[in-house]
Write a protein of this length. Structure first.
Length: 62
């Protein structure tokens, strides 16, 4: 479920980047940098969820 939500988030983030770059091309580099930072943060959420799930399975339940 979290991977699906991340995919939707990436699609929305990329779409908004294209829209904003089309409106103001001079801000393209700055927007692209911020988009990559946000993509990294967006990708970290499912990884943290997997880490917590593995902790619960192997440490708490074991």
């Amino acid at each position: 479920v979290s991977a699906l939500a991340t995919g939707i988030g990436f699609a929305m983030l990329g779409g908004k980047l294209l829209e904003s770059t089309a409106r103001q091309p001079e801000l393209g580099d700055q927007l692209q940098t911020r988009t990559f930072i946000m993509a990294g943060l967006l990708d970290a959420v499912p990884m943290i969820g997997v880490g917590i799930a593995m902790y619960l399975i192997f440490v708490v339940a074991g």
